[in-house]
Design a binder for this molecule. Sequence first.
Ligand SMILES: CC(C)(COP(=O)(O)OP(=O)(O)OC[C@H]1O[C@@H](n2cnc3c(N)ncnc32)[C@H](O)[C@@H]1OP(=O)(O)O)[C@@H](O)C(=O)NCCC(=O)NCCS
Length: 322
Amino acid sequence: MIYTKILGTGKYVPKKTLTNNDLKEFVDTNDDWIYSRTGIKERHIVTNEGTLDLAYQTALKAINSANINKNEIDLIIVATVTSDFAFPGVANLLQAKLEIEGIMAFDINAACSGFIYAMQIADKMIKSGSFNNALIIGAETLSRLTDWRDRNTCVLFGDGAGAMIIGKSETNQIIDIITGSKGDEDMLLYYKNADIKDPKINATSKQDHIHMKGNDVFKFATRIMPKTVKSLLQRNKLNVDDINFFVAHQANSRIITKSARDLGIKMDKMFMNIDKYGNTSAASVPIAIDEAIEKGLINRGDLFITVAFGGGLTWAGALIKY
Ligand SMILES: CC(C)(COP(=O)(O)OP(=O)(O)OC[C@H]1O[C@@H](n2cnc3c(N)ncnc32)[C@H](O)[C@@H]1OP(=O)(O)O)[C@@H](O)C(=O)NCCC(=O)NCCS
């Protein structure tokens, strides 16, 4: 039986920050509204970097933290909705930048749940015996899809990247992963690509921006995250108290506190860094895990659960022994 574990993690965010006060330049908003409704104080955004650059910097950190030779990596998966190109993928360009060409590399899109989706794919591919060490990344430059005139959405998002290296283990450490999805028929959260079918439309089309029905997304999130955590606990015959730490997708501090309350989790066991980064989509979970480890909130031997929701609509959760 092949088992898996986390070998190392990393994170990277662009240098430039936009505070809530900075946003007043673009939209009618204020720090008090944003902080009290979302928990966000500032977010990092790219200036001249792309998603590949963020992915590359975080990959270097994860490789260093895993203490392995980059040539031991035989699989790269990048979760992103903001690939610099429709093709080639971020993973393929990253492979060249890391000078580890010749191995399998691809991108996936499951919006903010994407990193845990990537984790499940990599975990199963290693457990199949066909792969040894996977570099998985969530990297996003959502600032490029944001309508900076729409105060309902522009205050929420930020750019960044997080990475993890997963490898073989003698003990069962990546214990269980749940992923799920349902079509977003009510169009709660979307970004539409330019229509390329009709040349007349294509010739005049403009780039779209993020559309969101915030209240409905809030309701979905506060229903699906506790449900996913409960399923993980039930499937593995565990109680909330058996889990040392929880890392939820950082979309809104109120979504996290409500989910914690519904599950009976004390807030000191629930990670929160949304104040510094905003919602970084697929990068949010790996940035949060890396930071929780760095701060000593998750230590070797601890059991932790990470959980996310996002566009799609998608959801995902993982039970891990670090
Ligand atoms: C977006 C969100 C923060 C809005 O919070 P809310 O408490 O539901 O606020 P509402 O949308 O009801 O808006 C309340 C009022 O604030 C106003 N408002 C909205 N954005 C504002 C802003 N940035 N600054 C100031 N006022 C704002 C609204 O126009 C509205 O005014 P009105 O009452 O005069 O019409 C919240 O719904 C949310 O976080 N949803 C989930 C979003 C999410 O997680 N998306 C990513 C998924 S991966």
